[in-house]
Design a binder for this molecule. Structure first.
Ligand code: AMP
Length: 264
């Protein structure tokens, strides 16, 4: 498959080509048509799979064909909101949006904590189409009355598992209450805990599921061997295996601290 077959706007294809991409990655080939068709998405993908372009490209396409939204301040309303766990990822995603959207008349900005609020407030006041943000700072700005999220049409949760690991679930829930119910939602996560599934269940309507990270795979360069042995002879076996191979560097995991002491 080529990018040309994905029905993206010529202005986006031009930027993608200039960026040196020729063939969509598997997550892109699956996610782009689904998002363009308007589906919600539950995507299992790690960093490095091309997941950023998988949601950015169809998002830009849809927004470029949509109507201008006016927020309660009379400015361009936020049409797409991307939430990320870290400021680094937020900056990276916004950079991608700028790269792929360079021939489109859409505006974007990024907001995250740990830096001054004033420049972010000034930027938001002018109106922006695409907002990339970490949850904490987004809520701070909202609570201070600087943000109107009622015009959001597309919501992306990027690296949702990390977001929950970092304790952002309460913030994410507050943000979900601020955006319209009627929107397209895309959830990207490398892993799927019960918490993520609950979140997906609350957020996504009839989602298409895409999984590009094979489940429970092991690293191919590592040989795995199981030795069935009774509890009483485990240490003896371990010592035997180590001696037999003459191993000098061995990492042993035990279930308890007591066990670790005893094995050592
Ligand atoms: P991501 O998983 O979004 O962090 O992307 C991983 C890396 O793959 C980034 O450096 C992208 O620039 C690159 N990339 C994304 N899509 C493509 C593509 N279709 N062809 C070549 N490289 C890509």
């Amino acid at each position: 498959m080529t990018f040309d077959e994905l029905n993206l706007a010529p202005a986006i294809l031009k930027a993608v080509r200039e960026h040196g991409y020729e063939i969509p990655t598997p997550i892109q080939a699956q996610a782009i048509p689904a998002v363009l068709e308007g589906h919600d998405l539950l995507a299992g993908a790690q960093t490095g799979t091309g997941k950023t372009a998988a949601f950015t490209l169809p998002m830009l396409d849809k927004l470029s064909k949509g109507q201008v939204r006016t927020n309660k301040f009379g400015k361009d309303g936020v049409a797409a909101l991307v939430l990320t766990p870290t400021r680094e990822l937020a900056a990276q995603v916004e950079e991608s949006i700028r790269t792929y959207g360079k021939y489109l008349p859409l505006t974007s900005t990024v907001i995250f904590g740990g830096v001054g609020m004033s420049p972010q407030i000034d930027r938001i006041r002018k109106g922006v189409d695409i907002l990339v943000a970490t949850p904490g700072r987004l809520l701070d700005l909202q609570q201070q009355g600087h943000l109107d999220l009622s015009t959001v049409e597309i919501l992306v949760l990027d690296e949702a598992d990390r977001m929950l690991d970092m304790g952002f679930l309460p913030d994410v829930k507050k943000i979900l209450a601020l955006v319209p119910k009627d929107k397209q939602s895309l959830l990207f996560s490398a892993t799927f805990s019960d918490e993520i599934r609950d979140l997906a269940h609350t957020l996504l309507k009839n989602p298409q599921s895409i999984q590009v990270t094979p489940r429970n795979t092991t690293v191919q360069r590592i040989t795995q061997v199981v030795h069935p042995v009774g509890r009483g002879r485990k240490k003896e076996l371990l010592a035997h295996v180590i001696q037999e191979h003459n191993w000098s560097q061995v990492l042993v995991f035990t279930r308890t601290k007591f066990g670790a002491n005893s094995v050592a």
